[in-house]
Ligand binder design. Structure first.
Ligand code: MN
Ligand code: MN
Ligand code: MN
Length: 312
C-alpha cells in the first residue's frame, strides 16, 4: 500500500515563536452548511499550504470519507471531526469534536440523536417563522439547502432573504434567528456535559468553539470553561477566524489558568466569506499549550497523508 508521507512539518511545542501555523481545525463543507464539497474543500486547503485540517461539519461526519480520499491525494493530514450543538445554562454552545481515531465510538450514536434533534428543530423554527410571515418556511429552507441534509438556521436565513423579508443574511440573524430571537430554537440540544462525554469516550478531544461569540462576560466564560473541564473537555479555540488581539490575549490567560489546550480554526463556510481556510488572527505569545501537544493528537505530525487514525 503506498504511504505518502507528509512533508516534514514540525509544529512548535509552544506558541512563542511563529504566528502562523499550517493548521486549520474548524471548517465546513456541503455535508452541513458549507458551500464547498469535502473534496473541493481539501483541495483548497492544500492549495493554501495547510498540512493539517479538520472537517467539522455541524452535527455530522458524513463528509469525512470523501475528504479522507482527497486528503490522501493532496498529501495532507485530515482529522475527522464535527461541531456539536449543545446547551449550557440555557445558552447554545458549540463544541468541536476532533477525532484522531476516525469516526467511531459513542459519538456515532450521539450524532444520530443530533440528526433527529435537528430535524425536529427545523420544524419548530419553520412554524415560528411562518407566524412571522414566511409562508411554507420548511419547503423554502429546503430549497435553499439544495440537498436533503438536516436544515440549519443559515438555510432559513437564506429563505428569509429570498422572500424579501430581510435585505440580507446578517439581518435575518439579527431579527429572526440570532441568539434570543424567535428562530433561535435550542431546546433539542444535549447538555454540554453529555456531548463532551460522547467525544471523550470515543477517543476524541472536545474543544469549545469560538468562545468569544456567545456574548458572555469574562467571568461567565470562565464558568463555562470550568464546567466544560469538569465534564472532560480539554481544549478551547484560542483563535477562531478574525478576532481582537487584546481579547485573544485575555482568552489565552483563561486557558492557561485552567491548563486547557489552545486550538485554532477559521470556521470557513464559503469562499469570499470573512475567513478562507487557514486564515485567522495571529496567536499571541502564551503559555497555553497548542492543541497538537494533546496526548491524543501527538502522533499527527508523523502520520501518513490522509485520514488520521484510519485503519489499514
Ligand atoms: Mn455554520
Ligand atoms: Mn459554531
Ligand atoms: Mn463552525
Amino acid at each position: 500500500m503506498p504511504m505518502l508521507r507528509l512533508p516534514v512539518t514540525v509544529l512548535p511545542e509552544t506558541f512563542d515563536a511563529d504566528h502562523r501555523y499550517p493548521v486549520d481545525l474548524h471548517m465546513h463543507s456541503t455535508a452541513s452548511d458549507g458551500a464547498l464539497s469535502p473534496d473541493d474543500l481539501v483541495a483548497l486547503c492544500a492549495s493554501r499550504g495547510l498540512s493539517f485540517m479538520a472537517l467539522t461539519d455541524h452535527d455530522t461526519m458524513d463528509g469525512v470519507d470523501e475528504a479522507a480520499a482527497a486528503a490522501e491525494r493532496a498529501g495532507l493530514c485530515l482529522l475527522a471531526g464535527c461541531e456539536l450543538s449543545t446547551r449550557w445554562q440555557g445558552i447554545g454552545i458549540h463544541v468541536v469534536a476532533l477525532m484522531p481515531g476516525g469516526v467511531q465510538g459513542p459519538l456515532v450514536e450521539g450524532l444520530e440523536r443530533q440528526r433527529k434533534a435537528r430535524i425536529q428543530r427545523a420544524e419548530i423554527i419553520a412554524e415560528r417563522l411562518e407566524k412571522l410571515g414566511l409562508e411554507d418556511a420548511l419547503a423554502k429552507a429546503r430549497l435553499q439547502a439544495g440537498s436533503d441534509r438536516p436544515l440549519g438556521r443559515p438555510d432559513f436565513a437564506r429563505a428569509l432573504v429570498a422572500d424579501g423579508l430581510v435585505p440580507d443574511w446578517a439581518s435575518a440573524f439579527k431579527r429572526y434567528l440570532g441568539s434570543g430571537k424567535k428562530g433561535d430554537v435550542k431546546a433539542q440540544w444535549p447538555d454540554i456535559k453529555e456531548a463532551v462525554g460522547w467525544v471523550v469516550d470515543s477517543g476524541g478531544v472536545a474543544v469549545i468553539a469560538h468562545p468569544l461569540l456567545y456574548g458572555l462576560t469574562r467571568r461567565k466564560r470562565g464558568l463555562l470553561m470550568d464546567d466544560f473541564r469538569a465534564a472532560g473537555g480539554q481544549a478551547v479555540e484560542l483563535v477562531s477566524g478574525h478576532q481582537n488581539m487584546d481579547a485573544t490575549r485575555d482568552l489565552a490567560r483563561q486557558l492557561d489558568e485552567r491548563g486547557l489546550f489552545a486550538s485554532l480554526g477559521s470556521d470557513f463556510h464559503f469562499p469570499g466569506g470573512h475567513a478562507a481556510p487557514g486564515s485567522m488572527s495571529d496567536i499571541p505569545r502564551t503559555a497555553a499549550r497548542p492543541i497538537w501537544r494533546h496526548p491524543r493528537l501527538l502522533h499527527m505530525q508523523e502520520a501518513p497523508a490522509g485520514l488520521l487514525g484510519a485503519a489499514g
